[in-house]
Design a protein. Structure first.
Ligand code: SF4
Length: 158
């Protein structure tokens, strides 16, 4: 096992320890948002409707240990999914490393600050509603606009 300080530069995703794998998540919460897929084009749209387990104030899962039993649609990220999932945001650390890209400057492993994703406006903290709050409304009414997505796609110097 590679235990170097900058493990993500030298250790392939599939060879990372559980601890290293978990450190890669920047806690943005974007993967915990519901998505809609256009049946014709296959295009995927992010909504501001979050999994009911997401803590809206911290953008963290409120029961990470039991998430798969409490939220059956929750997906265990794997190196293969990081490579292939079109629903992961372009800023996601797993996706970036799978694509051979560096972590972004605001990633906590780079910045050394656990709240840098919030400061960079990448986190969904305070920006979402829960599935249980949607009621009779259509999920399509909550699709994130291009302008809103720009905030999440912002690239920072690496
Ligand atoms: S999108 Fe990626 S970095 Fe963000 S919370 Fe999900 S797994 Fe973590």
């Amino acid at each position: 096992m590679n235990t170097s300080l900058h493990f993500w530069l030298t250790t392939p995703l599939k060879e990372m320890s559980n601890a290293q794998w978990e450190q890669l998540c920047d806690g943005c919460g974007l993967c915990c948002l519901n998505k809609l897929e256009d049946e014709d084009s296959g295009e995927i749209f992010l909504t501001r409707i979050a999994c009911d387990l997401l803590d809206k104030c911290s953008a963290q899962c409120s029961d990470y240990e039991n998430r798969f039993s409490l939220a059956p649609d929750c997906t265990q990220l794997t190196p293969k999914i990081a490579e292939t999932a079109s629903w992961l945001p372009s800023t996601c650390a797993y996706k970036r490393l799978a694509e051979g890209k560096p972590l972004l400057a605001w990633h906590p492993l780079i910045s050394g600050e656990c709240d840098s994703p919030q400061k960079a406006n990448i986190s969904v903290r305070g920006k979402v509603i829960h599935e249980r709050e949607v009621g009779e409304r259509e999920y399509a009414d909550f699709i994130l606009t291009e302008e809103e997505l720009k905030l999440h796609r912002a690239e920072f110097p690496c």
